[in-house]
Design a protein around this ligand. Structure first.
Ligand code: ADP
Ligand code: MG
Length: 870
């Protein structure tokens, strides 16, 4: 019969969809012959039916009764028997672990009659009344929402553990009155009614507000429902030879081998995690109860063998007898994930390929952020939502302008942020807000920029030039520290440690005997062996390229030449823009040529023997002029003083003339090259001369020239002809490949024609995302992305993770059409997505040759390229 209820002996660990994680694993342990109290699981299907209709699905309760009868036989006790009652726990357990989000009720089956039977049978009156008061309390809270404080008020400042049996009996009666006062009905005495009500309450706890919120944050689907596990109670609160504990088969913080856990004597259920009394470390159990300890150790070993991974467990000892109550593959820190994966390979449990699946690029990214030293950090001032990881220290500023004006590092503190705060966010080391969660403006934008952010620190009250938390006031200019990984805020500077993993990649540290570094090294090496995608870096300078190379990049996938036009060189670009005659323009270009040549020479030397893809200038030229507002103000000031505005006036005219309503869709990229004579030619000449010089010096430069924003083959043909003429005119130039960015949707669609002229494609997925969705990144991230994420329109920003369904389809299509024309076409990607783990996996499946990303993301992309291939 395939019904709503599975006995523990009938399930197994791969039935998590149906039985939830807890139920599937209880079944697995039962199959393994471990000491699990008898029980059964009500499926998630039953829960979904209940939540749909608001009533128990037909036949469910009869099935429960049937399984209960079998359980009574197995235990040798009867539910509701006044002489020797069977007691039950009713436990939630969804497919994905949602710690503490849903409900569990213990000691079901106790009433005014059975409590006496339990006392007589156990010979322990205190234990019986303690169990009964737990039931009234948990049942009241969970099934009827009686506020916890109402029970607490009866207890006063006493602690249950100090009360005698008689006092506990009085407490039960007081709790029953509280129950009746709040619900208008007496505490249910019928055990079956208790059981059915409890099952319904656990079903409903799936939709508890905190559970819904948790799932939204963790991206767990809202429609899965929870299973309900009904099992015989075992008692850790039966004296000093009893107790309850939690344990891990390895240290989940560091990955160190050897079990690790906490045990609490004479306690039940969640007393351990609640931290009401002092627990003892698991190792001490070896002295207190050596037999149970030894049995537990051997069970943990068997569980690890079965699950082939770190497991965590809950157990209870009743009068010296060990019972297993829960296990699962345990959560762990990113460092532990690497260490454990490598250990399991050493132990012959998993292969290196599997080890790669046990870690992720996100975890590696976490390990590459600088961090505070938790041991020496002071107590935090307050804690908010950890929204974007990292450790930032700086002086407090309260508005964007102050952040921009500051000379040293600052933390921008705002109630919440909006698009006006963008310049300040860019200038600041980190952002702290009092309002908003992980999808707030501050959080979304900071993550996009890779800035540390703590948001929703609700205890903070922000004034005009200070903020307070409780009695502490922090003024503008005072230094604070924020931890975007934990959400902690410190009212003082805290020393920041550079990441050990980064220092290792930099070559400053050797792995030596450090277990984390050894594990990282091993898994990175394996990723490199199996990966099909290469990883290049976006780098504009020699030092950047050198770092990228140390981090494992095998080329530069994007050199943004416009970055070479900044700083003092701006005036030269200005001259180019303002040139009125050919002679003036040629002069300006001639002044830029040697500067670009020197930059390229550095870059080629740093990447000697590896490809360097040079993108010709991309942004609109007026980006190199001062902003319109600034010039207007300067000219107005001069006018007011009756002075001649001079150069500012000339610039203002140019800016007005060049003004575009949608610069992103205006005169930029290849269009500039076709409109401004000599501009691309100068850049190509600089590349050619630099390459010739490097080759003459014995180097092996491998330059490639990439044309941005091409939409049609004709554009590329014109640029190519000009570039080839320039290359031919410089003696000693090694072969230079010429290709194009694919970022305009039309280019993707006409890839077959474009590939006639292009030797390679590189997807510019930032622009392609903007143009495919029809929104500009600069305008929308703060404006409505938070709302879109909240509404579930998308699960992550399409600028963070490639939109595989839409933009990805264009990528696939362009690869296919391009390669149909030119089978040897090299295809890569150079947008921010090149360093995003999920996107890297997509590019692997789309058949790209390489991804290119910022130097710091190179190791992450390399790891993911390996993971994608196994
Ligand atoms: P959570 O999922 O929040 O951990 P659990 O269902 O695991 O909730 O139960 C809460 C506590 O009650 C745990 O400490 C668990 O070990 C304990 N518990 C659950 N069922 C039993 C039982 N049958 N006998 C004794 N203790 C139990
Ligand atoms: Mg549990």
């Amino acid at each position: 019969m395939s019904g709503f209820v599975y006995d523990f002996v009938d399930g197994h660990k791969d039935l998590k969809d149906l039985l939830g994680g807890k139920g599937a694993n209880l079944a697995e342990m039962t199959r393994m012959g471990l000491p699990v109290p008898p029980g059964f699981t009500i499926t998630t299907e039953a829960c979904r039916a209940y939540l749909r209709t608001g009533a128990m699905p037909p036949g469910l309760l009869a099935e429960v009764e049937e399984h209960l009868r079998a359980m009574q036989v197995a235990v040798g006790k009867t539910f509701g028997d006044p002489a020797d009652p069977l007691l039950l726990s009713v436990r939630s357990g969804a497919k994905f672990s949602m710690p503490g989000m849903m409900e569990t009720i213990l000691d079901i089956g106790l009433n005014d009659m059975t409590v006496a039977g339990l006392a007589r049978r156990s010979g322990d009156e205190r234990f019986a009344w303690d169990s009964y008061r737990r039931l009234v309390q948990m049942f009241g809270r969970t099934v009827f929402d009686v506020p916890a404080e109402a029970f607490q008020a009866e207890l006063g400042d006493r602690h249950e553990s100090e009360l005698s049996a008689g006092q506990l009996g009085d407490l039960v009666h007081a709790y029953q009155k509280v129950f009746e006062g709040h619900t208008g009905r007496p505490f249910p005495q019928a055990p079956h009614e208790q059981l059915f009500l409890a099952i319904g309450a656990v079903f409903r706890s799936w939709n508890a507000e905190r559970a819904v919120l948790y799932r939204r944050q963790e991206r767990i689907p809202q429609d899965l429902g929870t299973a309900v596990n009904v099992m015989a109670m075992v008692f850790g609160n039966r004296g000093e030879d009893s107790g309850t504990g939690v344990a891990f088969t390895r240290d989940p913080a560091t990955g160190r081998r050897g079990s690790y856990g906490d045990y609490l004597r004479n306690a039940q259920g969640e007393d351990v995690v609640a931290g009401i009394r002092n627990t003892m470390p698991l190792s001490e159990l070896a002295t207190v109860d050596p037999a149970s300890h030894a049995q537990l150790e051997s069970i943990m070993q068997r569980l690890e063998e079965r699950y082939r991974d770190l497991c965590d467990i809950e157990f209870t000892i009743e009068n010296g007898r060990l019972w297993m109550l829960q296990t699962r593959v345990g959560k762990r820190t990113p460092a532990a994930a690497f260490v454990i994966a490598a250990q399991l390979v050493d132990e012959g449990v998993i292969t290196l390929d599997e080890a790669l699946q046990r870690v992720s690029g996100e975890q590696l990214a976490q390990l590459m952020f600088p961090s505070f030293d938790d041991e020496s950090a002071p107590p935090p001032l307050t804690t908010g939502v950890p929204a974007a990881p990292g450790a930032a220290v700086g002086a407090v500023v309260f508005d964007s302008a102050a952040a921009v004006a500051a000379t040293g590092p600052v933390i921008l503190v705002r109630r919440e942020t909006n698009p006006d705060d963008l310049p300040g966010m860019i200038a600041a080391q980190g952002v702290l807000t009092a309002r908003g969660g992980k999808t707030s403006h501050a959080a979304v934008v900071a993550r996009g920029m890779g800035k540390t952010c703590v948001c929703g620190a609700e205890e903070i009250r922000i004034g005009p030039d200070s903020f307070t938390v409780g009695g502490t006031t922090v003024h503008a200019g005072e230094v604070i520290s924020i931890d975007g990984t934990s959400g902690r805020v410190y009212a003082e500077p805290v020393p920041v440690h550079p990441s050990r993993v980064v220092r290792f990649f930099e070559g400053e540290l050797s792995a030596g005997a450090d277990p984390l570094l050894c594990a990282v090294q091993r898994l990175m090496e394996h990723a490199g062996r199996v990966a099909r995608l290469e990883v290049h870096a976006n780098a504009d300078t020699g030092p950047d390229a050198l770092r990228a190379r140390r981090f494992g990049a095998t080329g530069v996938g994007l050199c943004r030449t416009e970055h070479m036009f900044l700083g003092e060189r701006r005036v030269l670009v200005e001259r180019l823009i303002l040139a009125e005659t050919d002679a003036e323009r040629d002069e300006a270009l001639a002044a830029l040529l040697p500067l670009q040549r020197a930059d390229f020479q550095q870059l080629f030397a740093a990447m000697d023997g590896l490809p360097v893809t040079v993108r010709l200038i991309d942004p609109p030229l007026h980006e190199f002029l001062p902003p319109l507002e600034e010039l207007t103000a300067r000219v107005a000031r001069a006018d007011a003083l009756g002075e001649d505005a001079g150069h500012a006036g000339v610039l203002l005219n140019a800016v007005r003339r060049m003004h575009e309503s949608n610069p992103m869709l205006g005169l930029r990229g290849v269009r500039l090259g076709l409109v401004v004579p000599g501009l691309f030619g100068m850049q190509v000449r600089a590349v050619a001369q630099a390459a010739a010089a490097c080759a003459a010096a014995g180097g092996d430069p491998r330059p490639e020239i990439m044309v941005p924003l091409v939409a049609t083959a004709q554009e590329l043909e014109i640029v190519r002809a000009e570039a080839e003429a320039v290359l031919a005119s410089v003696p000693g130039v090694p072969p230079v490949r010429i290709g194009t960015m694919i970022e305009v949707p039309r280019a993707a669609l006409t890839a077959a024609q474009i590939a006639e002229t292009a030797e390679f494609f590189s997807f510019g997925t930032n622009d392609m995302t903007q143009m495919t969705w029809g929104f500009s990144r600069d305008d929308v991230e703060g404006a409505f992305f938070g709302r879109y994420l909240e509404l579930g329109v998308f699960a992550t920003s399409p600028f963070e993770s490639l939109d595989a369904d839409g933009v990805g389809e264009l990528v696939r299509l362009a690869v296919e059409r391009g390669r149909a024309t030119r089978p040897a076409l090299t295809v890569g990607v150079c947008g921010e997505h090149g360093g995003d783990p999920a996107s890297v996996r997509f590019f692997h499946t789309a058949g790209l040759d390489y991804v290119s990303c910022s130097p710091f993301r190179v190791p992450i992309a390399r790891l993911e390229a390996g993971r994608a291939a196994v």
